[in-house]
Design a protein around this ligand. Structure first.
Ligand SMILES: Cc1cc2nc3c(=O)[nH]c(=O)nc-3n(C[C@H](O)[C@H](O)[C@H](O)COP(=O)(O)O)c2cc1C
Length: 367
């Protein structure tokens, strides 16, 4: 594979289209597992995948189900392994363990906004403490002979340390920055400060992936142009629209963007259902897991939220697919909305991450 040159000796893996802006699927706990990565790749893989975070502490061992998304990755695209933690010897130990697997690089999470996480000074909590960031970046840089990347937000509750942390990324020759343009305290639903992403692009030596509310290929391409980021990272809107990476590539190259119909969405729901089925997982639990993905899909189905309303009340596979057929196959050729319908919220009863949530799970996140 040829490669994109960066400031250090280690090059980033080549994108699917030479010289085109990069695309990445954002890491999402309980979402970006082996099954979901396979489904996304079916509709048009991004250039890069990132695992959901491996939790690091004194007793931790890399979680087996997350390791599967590395060891059994058949997408043909590289996957970076993400760590979350603050204990330096154990971060280094875990990075070394993960480097025995076919990872594209080691990625550090400095963005998770779950209170249980940041109270422990890990994830987004680290953004309050540049000295600690300096130490962790130095240690992980030394432990990573290949690519070492960072995913972060623009600050904790203010952006007071923003420039300082960007300078630390330069000091430790970080190879790629994925930047979610909100503070930790801004959660998932405020406006995104794309101007801060543009500032990061100017200040850091490594490529930057712009992240946060890139709701469609059109939005992603616009934000990439405005910020001059090296590429885009997309999370929730790839759950809603798994065609989004292919559509981004089409837009980046000036081609017409392929339309998605409601019958395509029906096929996606079926594929996702089959891919995420696990032996021994009771139907009701599987249906509940599907409902978490469909919360996002439903934002593009109808402007009234009727699909979401009915879908949330299902308990069996049969009920779930009946609702899908009714909403998605009545007019199968109708175009699936590019952008989410305004006011159709993925989880209306859960507007903010709960204080009990100890990660970024689908339970606690809205869009
Ligand atoms: C369900 C869910 C789980 C997430 N888990 C992680 C994670 O494990 N690591 C991480 O760095 N960010 C995580 N995030 C944040 C996303 O990677 C991304 O930064 C955020 O959703 C904003 O991008 P979007 O608007 O494209 O979704 C998670 C977000 C969601 C919605």
């Amino acid at each position: 594979m040829s490669s994109v040159p960066v400031s250090r000796s280690a090059p980033l893996p080549a994108p699917l289209v030479p010289d085109a802006p990069l695309t990445a699927l954002a890491p999402m706990q309980d979402v970006t597992d082996l099954a979901f990565m396979g489904v996304i790749a079916h509709y048009g893989a991004p250039d890069y995948f990132f695992t959901e975070f491996f939790r690091v502490h004194a007793q931790s061992r890399p979680e087996k189900h997350i390791l599967r998304s590395i060891d059994e990755n058949r997408t043909g695209r590289p996957v970076f392994a993400q760590l979350i933690g603050e204990d330096i010897p154990h971060l280094v130990r875990t990075a070394r363990e993960l480097l025995c697997h076919p990872v594209a690089g080691i990625d550090l999470n400095m963005g998770c906004p779950a209170p249980k996480v940041y109270k422990k000074n890990v994830g987004g909590g680290l953004l309050r403490d540049p000295e600690k960031v300096d130490e962790i970046l130095g240690a992980l840089r030394d432990a990573s002979p290949g690519l070492f990347t960072v995913k972060m937000r623009i600050g904790f509750d203010t952006t007071v340390h923003f420039e300082r942390i960007l300078d630390l990324l330069n000091k430790h020759s970080v190879d790629l920055l994925s930047l979610h343009g909100r503070t930790v305290k801004e959660g998932y639903r405020s406006d995104v400060h794309y101007d801060f992403i543009a500032r990061a692009v100017e200040r850091v030596k490594c490529p930057v992936l712009a992240n946060g509310n890139l709701t469609s290929a059109a939005t992603a391409v616009r934000v990439q142009g405005e910020t001059k980021a090296a590429g885009v990272m997309i999370g929730r809107h790839a759950i809603r629209n798994p065609w989004i990476f292919r559509q981004c590539r089409e837009r980046f190259s000036g081609q017409p963007v392929s339309a998605v119909t409601l019958s395509d969405v029906r096929e996606y729901v079926e594929r996702l259902y089959r891919a995420t089925q696990q032996p021994g997982l009771a139907e009701v639990y599987h249906v509940n897991k599907m409902k978490k993905y469909l919360n996002f899909v439903g934002q593009g189905v109808d402007a009234t939220g009727a699909f979401l309303h009915e879908m949330r009340r299902t308990e069996t596979e049969r009920q779930l697919f009946e609702i899908c057929d009714r909403h998605l196959l009545a007019e199968p050729g109708r175009i699936f909305a590019d952008e989410p319908y305004p006011g159709v919220i993925a989880r209306p009863n859960c507007e903010t991450p709960s204080a009990d949530a100890d990660g970024c799970s689908l339970e606690s996140i809205t869009a």
